[in-house]
Design a protein around this ligand. Structure first.
Ligand code: G3I
Length: 353
């Protein structure tokens, strides 16, 4: 009977069996550290250890109980509810409901907020993305959006991701409606508007694939250099840090952080996760612990790295499985809200300095 099965079918049956046995035994290793991560981050001189969260998750009381523990998380980032499509779905029609809910939660539990994000090519409503703009009209649209959103949250946001993901991986500017209409001037237009609306907020540009050497980090260093030379307000660079298991380069990550902080800006790890090709083995979870320790350890080694945010703390609400089919288990808590070895890696990095 087995001989009559095709090789591909056999392989997929084996995969199912492996996946089922790893679920059925549920003997995956768990964390042993008793350290609370935000407390450890602050004791180590960082501003926060934080997490992304999203409004639909806030009805999950077990999830919320962990999130609300300020010894564990000192900072929140809304994963979706402060983005352009949520905040200004139609021109001059603003909806702050979702963002307000997360700001209120942060205030109730004594956490600081990272605002995410003001100008991004994605989750951009059609009226912006496909509008028939001139440089003048799009400048006004950006200024209205940024000014209205930053003013609404004035005094409540520690740092804004004013610009999100402006570069292609080859270091050229991403050709979206903003760049196509305004060239790179849209970046200073947004930064200046944000600074005018809340002069005390830290203003960031946030980007992925800055974790390795290559043209993208070089382009970001050049952009910060140019913005500083022009006197444009820029306070920090967000290094998203969506890693693949075993692909962390401590030396490249540290060199890149130092290249940026040498220009007089802060850096932060803004969206940390470390995805595993499924099914994850115990050895994978050990490697993930090592990866998390390495990454957070680099932030520890760079004084201008202000804090670390995980892109949600639990596999239950991770964006990875839907965006990278076949990958998952990227977060420090598993889908049952149990701490994984990765948790110990983070704790080790914050406590062994
Ligand atoms: O709001 C709709 C809802 O009406 C609809 O019923 C549902 C059905 O799929 O989709 C909902 O939209 C989803 C949205 O999240 C809100 O839940 C989108 O499909 C989904 O694509 C979107 O994913 C978000 C993603 O950004 C979009 O690019 C993730 O939650 C969010 O974690 C992720 O975050 C980004 C950062 O902003 C920037 N860096 C990368 C990071 C990961 O992609």
């Amino acid at each position: 009977m087995i001989l009559s099965l095709g090789f591909a079918t056999l392989l997929s049956l084996m995969r199912v069996a492996t996946a089922q046995s790893s679920t059925a035994t549920s003997s995956a290793p768990t964390a042993t550290s008793t350290v609370s991560l935000n407390m450890a981050a602050k004791a180590a001189g960082k501003l926060y250890f934080g997490s992304a969260t999203d409004n639909p998750e806030l009805t999950d009381t077990a999830y919320l109980t962990i999130l609300n523990d300020t010894a564990m998380f000192g900072q929140l980032t809304p994963a979706n509810s402060m983005k352009w499509d949520a905040i200004e779905p139609e021109q001059n029609v603003f909806n702050f409901t979702g963002g307000d809910q997360i700001v209120a939660l942060a205030e109730q539990t004594g956490k600081i907020m990272r605002g995410h994000n003001l100008v991004w090519y994605s989750q951009l409503p059609d009226w912006v993305a496909y509008g028939n703009w001139t440089p003048e009209t799009l400048t006004s649209v950006i200024q209205t959006h940024v000014t209205t959103e930053v003013s609404h949250y004035k005094g409540k946001i520690y740092a804004w991701d004013v610009i999100n993901e402006p570069f292609n991986d080859n270091g050229t500017f991403r050709t979206d409606v903003f760049y196509n209409t305004l060239n790179s001037s849209y970046i200073s237009i947004a930064l200046n508007a944000a600074h005018a609306a809340d002069p005390d907020a830290m203003l960031y540009i946030n980007e992925y694939n800055l974790e390795y050497s290559g043209p993208k980090i070089d382009a970001m260093v050049q952009l910060v250099t140019d913005l500083k030379a022009a006197g444009t307000p820029i306070d920090g660079i967000g290094i998203e840090s969506h890693f693949i298991l075993g692909e962390v380069s401590a030396s490249e990550l540290q060199a890149n952080m130092e290249a940026l902080t040498a220009l007089g800006v802060d850096v932060a790890i803004t969206e940390l996760d470390d995805r595993i090709e499924l099914p994850a083995t115990d050895a994978d979870l050990e490697q993930q612990k090592a990866d998390y320790e390495t990454i957070v350890g680099v932030c520890m080694a760079v004084s201008g790295c202000v804090g670390v945010t995980v892109w949600d703390y639990t596999d239950k609400y991770s964006w990875i499985p839907s965006s990278f089919p076949g990958y998952g288990e990227a977060c420090p808590w598993d889908e049952n809200l149990v701490r994984k070895p990765a948790y110990d890696g983070i704790a080790m990095a914050f406590t062994s300095y």
